[in-house]
Ligand binder design. Structure first.
Ligand SMILES: [Fe+2]
Length: 270
């Protein structure tokens, strides 16, 4: 699918057409329709360390309507591909359009990925980790008012410790969802075939989000957010919910960490 398709103003899902602007409705629809289509594969070119560390088991949940892939993935229905989605650590800028760098509270986020077993994880190196989230005003790139742009999207490859680090901003909010960051982890074999795929979402405490939004004008909105963690169906569907551990300040910056465990050899496109 070429980039032009990613710029359409309506999205068709299973015969239902969603107009631009229906972010929360569409994401809720996708969540409800999300069949856990899983298959397994035993081959992989990634390597695992013998050391293990504590982690949270990542529940597979919907990727939502706004994942934009850097390559074609047969495990993702209606995969939207934009080969220029960049490998990068700092995802705040837009490399395709003219929006510039997104403003908001800096968030330095380290995600550690491991192969989950009995509450512990063995680090997985060489895994691709995509993250994507909305900006301070609740908008995603490549859709709605920001088609053809790629701010707050990007991917990294895990190092020998299973880690990737992103520089981004604390996410904003949009109607119908609590504050979240989407994550997709994939492992490929030497031929480029997906051998492991996990799709999940990260969350933040509501009190922290309130503090961030109060302290930073970039998040000023005319309305109030309508969905806290307790009312969010995706937050509730994760067991455990993946709450990012933060250090820092709502007025200066946060450093966030999250160690997630995935099931190596299983595939969930989302
Ligand atoms: Fe989302």
């Amino acid at each position: 699918m070429n980039k032009e398709v990613t710029r359409r103003s309506v999205i068709r899902v299973g015969g239902v057409i969603f107009a631009s602007g229906a972010t929360g409705v569409l994401e809720a629809f996708l969540s409800a329709c999300n069949a856990a289509t899983q298959s397994s594969s035993s081959s992989s070119n990634s390597s695992g360390s013998s050391s293990s560390s504590s982690c949270l088991q990542a529940t597979n949940v919907t990727r939502g309507p706004y994942f934009v892939d850097d390559r074609s993935d047969p495990n993702i229905s209606n995969d939207v591909v934009d080969s220029s989605i960049p490998q990068r650590s700092d995802i705040r800028s837009d490399t395709e359009g003219g929006t510039g760098t997104q403003t908001g509270l800096p968030l330095y986020l380290t995600i550690t990925v491991g192969d989950y077993s009995s509450g512990a994880c063995s680090p997985i190196s060489g895994a691709q980790v995509h993250i994507w989230h909305c900006n301070a005003q609740g908008d995603y790139s490549d859709v709605q008012n920001y088609t053809g742009e790629d701010f707050l999207r990007g991917y990294q490859w895990t190092d020998s410790g299973g880690q990737v680090t992103f520089t981004t901003i604390y996410p904003g909010w949009y109607s119908g969802r609590t504050v979240h960051i989407h994550v997709k982890v994939r492992i490929f074999d030497s031929s480029g075939n997906v051998t492991t795929e996990a799709t999940t979402q990260l969350f933040f405490s509501d009190s922290t989000s309130d503090a961030v939004y109060s302290a930073n004008s970039a998040y000023s909105r005319s309305g109030s957010r309508d969905t806290l963690n307790s009312a969010d169906n995706i937050y509730s569907s994760e067991s455990p919910s993946l709450l990012v551990s933060l250090s820092g300040s709502a007025s200066t910056s946060y450093t966030g960490t999250m160690s997630i465990g995935i099931a190596k050899g299983t595939i969930f496109g989302g």
